[in-house]
Write a protein that binds this ligand. Structure first.
Ligand code: MSP
Length: 521
């Protein structure tokens, strides 16, 4: 397998002081869909997620519950594993920063940076926000009622302590050159511009150790210090591949093809992380994609407003795949979006249940009733009307054919345009609905049974394409549809679409794919 056929993608590792919310579910969902797509198109994939368990914030949260930090993180990190399982994420590994292998990786990276002269001991004095685990410059601070705040709204405190520093200031020019030479490194473009102008405005050396609390990875050779939680956290992306053992089986996946992050943490991933890696002489990741934030019915989501969206409650109410579909369909990935119940119900009822679910159900019920439940032979005698509806049957590169559709979806997903891929597929599904309405296969039974068979087979081929290409988004339901379509396991990939299924496959009785929500619209 050549390196181009390998694909490594990551989510942020999540702070364990919080219950999983829509933000966590969203970042990981995007990564899951891409991971599934890449596997389905022949890549060897490594998809990583996990939990970020060190830092003052976690130490304080544990203290507030009267627990020691290790038992606290052992308890709460489960919630994130459970979320991944319930959301049907196909992650290949789950990393926790409290694992010994991770501490060893952090120590190794630290030592390398030290040997290369990138670390020195000094004093840190300045504003620190525990909530963000970030330092802020004096010009970034605002004051309200005697309390000072970071631009993120997090309260800051004045910190003065001995600290090790990373020579970030040395990397300003090299970072700018790196961004220039790698125009796809930060996406979307608005974030890229933001990062570049931040770096241009000047980088100071970065404080990378703390002495005022204990819950972290100890600095090798000076155990009064723990590592800055972001240095610790970012290292997870290489720990999971076996770093510092570059002979480890998984090391071949480095550098990452894409780190998925939210817009709030782009600075850490697009500035600090490549600087640490370049300084250590390691290859840099290929891309950092920063998605936007959700609001809830027009309101900013916050614990104090009590409007945090629990993804599992949504799944309970609407079904897993409706939620997975909605989150990626509703808002262009990279932009902020508003979560509206009404919009979710509209898409579930209109797009999933009506456009796709009914199309499948009508087609499969007609095959049951009128073709003895056996898949008709590949449609040889297609009329103009069928050819006009190429999304169903074409096997070339003509617009609308499966190869064309798959290539379009592939191109869109390579740019992380999840909404555009879904919108393209649903435009094709609408075409199919137009076709069934025009051709009326139910009426053809009496007037032209041969033609009926051609139309049903054409529709079946189309449904197979839709189910295959939609599978990464809605794996459970699309697997159910592929079962109902009689598509054998080995014929479920994108490449297999080029080979028509043989006629005569016995199809099971169809059952509805999606449950509509009644009485609310
Ligand atoms: N621990 C760090 C990441 C370290 S990665 C080396 C962290 N953890 S977090 O738990 O706070 O991450 C939350 C993720 O959820 C981030 O990607 C963040 O952008 C995302 N979201 C939090 N609230 C969100 C919304 N309201 N909407 C969408 N995503 C949001 O940061």
């Amino acid at each position: 397998m050549t390196s181009e056929r390998r694909f490594y993608l990551t989510t942020p590792i999540y702070y364990v002081n919080d219950k999983p919310h829509i933000g966590h579910a969203y970042t990981s969902l995007a990564a899951d869909v891409l991971a599934r797509w890449k596997r389905m198109t022949g890549h060897e994939v490594f998809f990583l997620t996990g939990t970020d368990e060190h830092g003052q914030k976690v130490e304080k949260a544990a203290e507030a519950r009267g627990m020691d930090p290790q038992s606290f993180t052992d308890t709460v990190s489960h919630a994130f594993r459970d979320l991944a399982a319930r959301m049907n994420y196909s992650n290949d590994a789950f990393i926790r920063t409290t694992e010994e292998r991770h501490k060893a990786a952090c120590a190794a990276l630290w030592k390398t940076l030290e040997e290369k002269g990138e670390i020195y001991l000094g004093h840190y004095e300045g504003w620190y926000a525990v909530r963000d685990e970030a330092f802020y410059g004096p010009d970034e601070i605002t004051e309200k009622d005697g309390q000072k705040f970071a631009p993120t709204g997090a309260p800051v405190e004045w910190v003065r302590e001995p600290s090790y520093f990373f020579r970030l200031s040395n990397w300003q020019d090299r970072l700018l050159t790196f961004y220039e030479e790698n125009p796809d490194f930060i996406a979307p473009v608005s974030r890229r511009n933001e990062v570049i102008s931040f770096v241009r405005s000047g980088l100071s050396d970065l404080s990378i150790s703390r002495t005022s609390f204990k819950w972290g990875v100890k600095v090798p050779g000076d155990e009064a210090h723990v590592m800055y939680v972001w240095l610790d956290a970012l290292t997870n992306y290489i720990t999971a591949l076996g770093y510092p053992d570059e002979k480890a089986e998984s090391w071949k996946f480095w550098p990452a093809d894409i780190h998925f992050v939210g817009k709030d943490i782009v600075r850490f991933h697009a500035i600090f992380w490549p600087a640490f890696l370049m300084a250590a002489g390691l290859p840099t990741p290929k891309r950092v994609f920063a998605h936007g934030w959700w609001t809830n019915e027009g309101q900013k989501i916050s614990k104090s407003l009590g409007n945090v969206i629990d993804p599992l409650a949504l799944v309970e109410e609407f079904g897993l795949d409706a939620v997975r579909y909605f989150l990626l369909r509703e808002v262009p990935f990279g932009q902020d979006g508003d979560f509206q119940r009404k919009a979710l119900i509209g898409r579930l009822n209109g797009e999933l249940a009506d456009a796709l679910g009914n199309l499948a159900n009508r087609t499969l019920s007609l095959i049951q009733r009128n073709c003895g439940g056996l898949l008709p032979e590949p449609a040889a005698a297609q009329a103009e009307a069928d050819r006009g509806f190429l999304a169903a049957t074409g096997h070339g590169d003509a617009e609308g054919s499966p190869a064309w559709l798959a290539a379009k979806v592939d191109a869109l997903l390579n740019e992380q345009k999840f909404d555009a891929a879904l919108s393209l597929l649903f435009a094709s599904i609408r075409e199919a609905n137009g076709y069934i309405t025009r051709e009326q296969p139910w009426a053809l039974k009496k007037t032209d049974p041969e033609r009926m068979v051609v139309v049903l087979r054409t529709l079946h081929d189309a449904l197979r394409v839709f189910a295959t290409l939609l599978w990464p988004f809605m794996p459970e339901t699309m697997a159910k549809l592929l079962d109902q379509l009689g598509v054998p396991a080995e014929a479920r990939g994108v490449d297999a679409l080029a080979t028509p299924l043989p006629g005569g496959i016995a199809l099971p009785a169809p059952s509805p794919l999606f449950q509509k929500i009644q009485g609310e619209a």
